[in-house]
Design a protein around this ligand. Sequence first.
Ligand code: FAD
Length: 182
Amino acid sequence: MIATSAAGAAALLGEPARPLRDAEVLSSVTVSLAYPRAAIEHPLDGTGFIVAAAHQAHGFRACTFTTSKFAGRAPAGRVALRLFFRPEPADLEALDDAAWTARAEASLARVLPVRGAAERAWVSRWPSALPVSTPAHAARVREVEQALAGSGVLLAGSAFHGSGIDAAVRSAEATAERIGAL
Ligand SMILES: Cc1cc2nc3c(=O)[nH]c(=O)nc-3n(C[C@H](O)[C@H](O)[C@H](O)COP(=O)(O)OP(=O)(O)OC[C@H]3O[C@@H](n4cnc5c(N)ncnc54)[C@H](O)[C@@H]3O)c2cc1C
């Protein structure tokens, strides 16, 4: 069972998986910010927000109210928020943690009334981590699976069978059943 990225599978499997070399992927940057609770004049009574495409700037797409969703993510009197960016390739290369943190603080302030700078920040870069599921990609995967038929090699995971953890789990379960039937 190959459960890597599409590029990883193409490198491991060689010629039969050649079409996977053309698989499109996107990158992500997340910035987690910690503030004193009193610094944000909003009840944070939800799971977060997404930014409408027409209003996105610098790739800022969404924000999770981490401490509203999960217990124990910050000390009492503090809140944690996680911002999601879809970076331009040049920004992914060039911007350091301080620049991403400043961008995150400014992006958040466009939406929520925030007083002052974040007390702490954590930047995570996820280059080429998000597979793009398109009809063309599904056709590529079908072609490769046909080329691998009978070899005993099976593909699983979100790089092949749909984005997100739920799709990855469904794909893993289906692939495990096929292995059991080999
Ligand atoms: C920032 C971010 C936030 C996300 N948030 C959510 C969310 O809230 N909900 C949700 O449903 N999904 C979310 N996703 C997507 C989710 O993480 C993926 O859909 C899921 O992890 C896919 O699981 P997977 O096992 O298919 O692939 P992955 O988790 O990508 O695992 C593939 C593994 O293959 C390994 N690998 C690659 N090449 C090789 C090789 N040659 N040999 C051996 N190993 C190799 C990699 O190191 C990696 O560990 C998020 C993704 C990112 C980047």
